[in-house]
Design a protein. Structure first.
Length: 185
């Protein structure tokens, strides 16, 4: 990869630092997509020993790149995102990916194909961590920043996504306890 190509990729990815999500931090600041992606990747790193059968380096790669499409569309909360929104994000993302040097284009394309298919252990771990991080962030944010639907969503969201793993199911249950404690306080 040429140095200019490398810098151009970073300049596009930098947009995620300024792309805010609907979640807030503990101190009431809206979090960025970049912050979310970083913590999802950190979660994967911390779980290396819990999933010895999985290629956790691949999971971390998935976590780092999973929201790159939001460089072009911004963040749309999962409960508001339509099929049209997904199609637009995918088109803009793949249009950009197709301009990248072949070695990185192919790697990103293959990772996204695996992530979207949700057939491998690695893709299932990535998807679970992505959803769980959002729940954890909600539990860390002040409850008065939650939208009305998030009170129920935080109790039910992602149980189906973690069902393939006893460890992640236990984590989801712990997150639920935190949600209940927070909303009852």
């Amino acid at each position: 990869m040429q140095t200019r190509e490398f810098l151009n990729i970073l300049h596009i990815a930098e947009r995620l630092k300024d792309t805010v999500r609907h979640c807030t931090t503990t101190k009431r600041r809206q979090e960025s997509v970049a912050e979310h992606s970083w913590r999802v990747a950190l979660m994967a790193f911390l779980l290396k020993n819990e999933f010895p059968e999985a290629d956790m380096n691949k999971v971390m790669e998935m976590c780092l790149i999973h929201d790159l499409g939001e460089c072009f569309t911004g963040d749309i909360p999962t409960f508001s995102k339509t099929t049209e929104d997904r199609e637009k994000e995918d088109k803009l993302f793949y249009d950009w990916i197709n301009t990248l040097p072949s070695e990185i284009r192919n790697e990103i394309f293959n990772l996204y194909a695996e992530m979207n298919a949700q057939q491998t252990t690695e893709s299932k771990i990535y998807k679970a961590l992505d959803k769980l991080e959002a729940l954890i962030q909600h539990n860390e944010s002040p409850v008065d920043t939650w939208s009305e639907n998030e009170f129920e969503l935080n109790k039910t969201y992602a149980f189906d996504t973690v069902a393939f793993s006893d460890w992640l199911t236990d984590l989801r249950k712990e997150i639920l306890k935190d949600t209940i404690d927070k909303t009852e306080a």
